[in-house]
Design a protein around this ligand. Sequence first.
Ligand SMILES: Cc1cc2nc3c(=O)[nH]c(=O)nc-3n(C[C@H](O)[C@H](O)[C@H](O)COP(=O)(O)OP(=O)(O)OC[C@H]3O[C@@H](n4cnc5c(N)ncnc54)[C@H](O)[C@@H]3O)c2cc1C
Length: 405
Amino acid sequence: MPAWCKRLADIEKPGDNDLINDGLIDDVLIIGGGIYGCGIAQAAAASGYSVTLIEKNSIASGTSSQSTKLIHGGLRYLEQGNLKLVYEALHEREILLKNAPQLVQREWFYIPVYAGDKRSPWLIACGLLLYWLFSGGRSRFRWLARKRWSKALPGISKDGLRALLAYQDAATDDAALTRAVAASAASFGCRIMEGKALEHAQYDGQQWCVKLDDGSEIRACMLINASGPWMDAVCTRIEPAPPKSPVQLVQGTHLLLNRPCSAYIYTESTDGRVMFFRPWQGRMLAGTTETVLAGMPDKPQPTADEVAAILATYNRYFPDSPCTKTDILDTFCGVRVLPSGGEAAFAANRETVLLVDNKQSPTYLGIYGGKLTTYRREAEKVMRLIAKQLPPKYQADTRRIALKE
Ligand SMILES: Cc1cc2nc3c(=O)[nH]c(=O)nc-3n(C[C@H](O)[C@H](O)[C@H](O)COP(=O)(O)OP(=O)(O)OC[C@H]3O[C@@H](n4cnc5c(N)ncnc54)[C@H](O)[C@@H]3O)c2cc1C
């Protein structure tokens, strides 16, 4: 038996066990093949549940391929006082660096600080010290001497540059990471169905009867809604109506610019928010923005204002090689689901929200929000909730399951 798993005493599941175990009824049915759906599928399949995951397009076709592609604690969440999120995410970062070294790499990130910037070099250095402490000393940081600026960040504007700080964090290919988690789930027996959308789901008091858009039907004991920003649309297809909580949909755009990029750069956008420049496919990926949406489109598209804001920020930092729209090679556009509490999108809480139909014995679970980085930890929480209804066969430790590209 592998090190990551321990067989539990045989425990009877509730309901008609013959039907459950011969594959006619799944233990768990997951809607959505983003990082959250795949993470839950991996943890559930490794725990011995029979699991099916349905994805209306392909794995990672939603937000999980449109992110900034960082595996990080998030320096800006420190500023918001969300210390728990930063601490947990830094811990998850180290697990991913160990379990998926070919997909997640430690990198140096540079923070140029200019006269008139919102955050002073000393404030940033204090944040980096806290980040270093929270990471158990694994996020080293430096204050770079002036003579090293040009070599560290070639082409960056020196006009008004007061300081250059550097710290360690991690980067990934978000879609490849999500596919690797899906492949891991499949290796534990999870059935993954791409190109299949949920049409309708109804709970008959014992099990879920789920109809797919191709007319086929799946029965399951537990229904997990991990459809990310499409959560509300999926909820309208579920009976009885699942629990919901008010959310804000916030679109973020990245532009792939026809410019070289050798470093990860953490900057302030022209309106004072955080913007990253990072290497991607041999060019520079720049973003992100925060545009509040009134409703969720099938395929989010960058707005003219978002494109203008990213180009303006790039041109502020790299005035010697300015970019226009003709330098845009590709665009990425994803939507975050943030709990709505009237906060500005930039300051809104980035924690994951779990909604269940019944706390003692859940049969439906909705999950949204959160970060790519913390998917494994959230999947663990989901396992504890599923176990209230269906005891697992194995005690699987996903901290020890390696991911392959
Ligand atoms: C601009 C931006 C930048 C980000 N940067 C980072 C970052 O650098 N680091 C980080 O840790 N986090 C980052 N995040 C957060 C992270 O990307 C998200 O938390 C994460 O990708 C959400 O994954 P998900 O599985 O919930 O949703 P998604 O990836 O959107 O998955 C939902 C899936 O459900 C499917 N679906 C929808 N309806 C149906 C249906 N009816 N039937 C079947 N399937 C359906 C969709 O096709 C989709 O694939 C960023 C987010 C954004 C928006």
